[in-house]
Design a protein around this ligand. Structure first.
Ligand code: SAH
Length: 375
């Protein structure tokens, strides 16, 4: 019997996640000139074209080839809400049903987009609600870039011209260094002149400290670094940020010192420190913090804890946070208290809760899957 053969549509390559180098390779492999790469890159990321047919300085034949071999694919927006303070949150639905969140935070002189790098997170920090969802998968480079692309398009529609993205921070869902390759591609695209053209000081990667990857990042990129420190002793950090059991404080600090050595003289590391009542907010903690980061050009960002149901933690009182800050400032450090934004739409740090199907089966395969790599 003759069974009809169903011809599979050839897999199209999503150009959104390609660096200039990737695009050049793509075009030369299709027999085209490499300079098409920068043209198409500008169309996608600067003119925010969604279709190849919009690319009017490209011949019809090439546009047709592109339609057959490639795509500009973005996740569907299933939620778009603006907070009373102007913070805007989007939930995007990925192929396969997972959801991720992206948050835009407008300020008078800048607009910061906080993007996700993974679906869920495997690090299990005890004070973060994303941890409760478990981990599903890494985002592709295209899915990471799509968040900036999509937000740029939607903000461009807004008539107020101060609504634009000047800074991108990888502080949404996920641990960026556990999705190293894709994150590196995405930040390269954010900083690429033919794409978003953001300077290295305006793209910040926040990590809990996955050290071998942090060391590699220092060699391969000069993206601004934020480190989720949150505690000054291994005992307390182990309980808050469990990856500390694998990469303890002395090793983390050594990597930070090395990272900054590779950077330009003006760079600094931002240390994030969540303020948890009675856990890590004493005067002694502040004094130990000063010693711990001695010699590292640093800014300390004190983050008032954002509560969520059954977290088991409380935010330190504002008087304690201010006193903590004063101690740091008196020692000559730059310390700021992060303003909590978008609380009414659950867009604040640690409140991003997409629907995630936990694939990590954390109970059973704790060590290997959590950190995804051997030390
Ligand atoms: N995985 C990365 C980036 C994600 S979170 C990292 O660990 O750095 C961005 C920041 O928000 C981190 O410093 C994180 O520790 C902090 N955070 C998480 N939950 C929070 C909460 N409930 N309240 C305040 N800050 C929180």
């Amino acid at each position: 019997m003759n069974v009809p053969v169903k011809l599979q549509e050839p897999l199209k390559q999503n150009l959104l996640g390609m660096t200039l180098q990737d695009l050049e390779a793509f075009f030369t492999s299709t027999g085209e000139k490499a300079f098409r790469a920068s043209q198409v890159m500008k169309w996608m990321h600067q003119l925010l074209a969604a279709e190849f047919d919009e690319m009017t300085n490209i011949s019809k034949t090439l546009r047709e080839t592109l339609r057959q071999k490639a795509c500009i694919d973005v996740p569907e927006i299933v939620f778009d809400q603006t907070s009373t303070d102007g913070t805007r949150k989007w939930v995007m639905q990925l192929e396969g049903g997972n959801k991720i969140e992206t948050v835009y935070i407008p300020e008078s002189t800048r607009g910061t987009l906080c993007i996700s790098s993974q679906v869920g997170c495997a690090l299990d920090c005890s004070f973060c609600s994303t941890a409760r969802q478990g981990f599903s998968r890494n985002l592709t480079a295209a899915e990471i870039v799509a968040q900036v692309w999509m937000a740029s398009r939607l903000l461009a529609k807004n008539t107020q011209d101060n609504h634009r993205i000047t800074n991108v921070v990888l502080m949404g869902m996920g641990e960026p260094l556990l999705n190293y390759e894709n994150v590196l591609k995405a930040i390269t695209i954010f900083m690429e002149d033919n794409a978003y053209g953001l300077s290295k000081r305006r793209v910040t990667l926040s990590t809990s400290g996955v050290l071998p990857k942090l060391d590699l990042l220092g060699q391969q990129s000069d993206v601004a670094l934020a480190v989720s420190l949150h505690a000054v002793t291994d005992e307390i950090r182990d309980s808050l940020v469990p990856v500390n059991k694998k990469y303890p404080l002395n090793e983390l600090m050594a990597s930070c010192r090395q990272y900054i050595k590779n950077q330009s003289a003006k760079s600094h590391i931002t240390f994030e420190y969540v303020m948890l009542n009675g856990v890590n907010d004493s005067r002694e903690d502040a004094i130990k913090l000063i010693k711990l980061i001695k010699g590292i050009p640093a800014k300390i960002n004190l983050i008032p804890f954002n509560p969520f149901p059954d977290s088991g933690y409380e935010c330190s009182p504002m008087t304690v946070i201010k006193e903590f800050k004063e101690i740091l400032m008196k020692a000559g450090l730059i310390a700021t208290i992060r303003k909590t934004r978008g609380e009414d739409i659950d867009a604040a740090c640690g409140q991003l809760v997409g629907k995630v199907e936990d694939k990590s089966r954390r109970e059973k395969k704790f060590e290997t899957l959590r950190y995804g790599m051997a030390k």
